[in-house]
Design a protein around this ligand. Sequence first.
Ligand code: SF4
Ligand code: SF4
Length: 407
Amino acid sequence: MKNKNRIGPWRRLIQWATTLLLLLLPWFEVDGKSLLRIDIPGLNLYLFGQILRIQELFLVLLATLVFVLGFLLVTVVLGRIWCGWLCPQTTLSDVAEWAARRLDLTVKHNRLHGGLAGKILLQGVYLFLAFLVASNLLWYFIPPRLFYTRLVALDLHYATWITFVLTWLLVYLDLAVVRRLMCSDFCPYGRIQTSLVDRATLSLHLPDAEMERCIECGSCIRTCPMEIDIRQGYQVECTNCGRCLDACRGVMAKRNEPGLIRYTFGLHGEGAMGLLNPRVLLPAAALLALLVILGIGLLDRPVASLKVAVSHTAAARQFANGQIGTFFNAWVNNRSQEAEVYTLQARNKDSGTPLVLKGQIKAELAAGENRRLDFVLLTPGNEMTVEFVLTDGEGLELSVAEAYIGK
Ligand code: SF4
Ligand code: SF4
């Protein structure tokens, strides 16, 4: 009887979808802006059409916190599902092992067995995969086309060269030497996962009641990439990939019997309801609260920002009419998706009296643009706190910044 209930094809589909997403994400753009990229020189984060500046780092930190907490919660509920079904390292190892099999090589106890020619060719595959991963990492900092143009012209920044070559070397060593030991021994996420397991976490196991049906064929062990025997009970090395489940189902299908190994919430039949405990519910509530705060923060972002500081390069001076001219620099950031004309105005904070500004006080900024404007504030010479107001083309106040003027 053919085993039609294999979960392997679903796992591969999800694995490849995740890997392709990570590979292709930096190639997509919205209105000429990367979908996801960190622009280090400009201190911007391009995030799905939004441009977050360094001043809005709290939103990035909040998003990171949401990501980490979400990741931990998924681990408590679904165990190492990330490792077996989503992690690019697993996909990379799978591709490397597939290539090894095509070259008549086998990997056993983390060692490569087979002919010398195949082993040499496999190093070429490792180098290619490592090159792809190192490039992919840098695409999140430099637009991919620009990266390759500069790579070919040997025109990358030295820090980029170091990052690129080091990543290439480390990924090559990972594929050639470390292999699946990364998942069992080195990956920090794999290590902390042990402390996250809940009594109802999803895991693969063979119930004691089913043990007598086991025919000791060893298929589940042979197919396991982590080389463990799931019949011995839960082991931290298990990545929840489900290959043993498919193997056992295949063997038992020939005997017209259901497979012995299964996914269950909890090793003692706790079921998914067992997850309704404070260890799961409290982080879930915290995650929900963070998501709401992040959502409000993103929706409530001002469409423009203004920062003002007294110029360090030009000293204040007194004019013939007795007025004091103080030189200022302003940094205006258009956070909207469209070009906008901005005007700077000033007023005495206490009295509300308008003050005179001369210089660059009107400018058109492209969507996402950040520009420095230099101008002079003219005051009668008394001390005051000045409010600088940024208005849009319709005179709407968008942002206010303050500065103190002394004698
Ligand atoms: S025991 Fe099964 S689920 Fe766990 S890693 Fe091995 S094959 Fe995958
Ligand atoms: S594949 Fe199934 S029947 Fe074969 S050894 Fe493993 S648990 Fe037993």
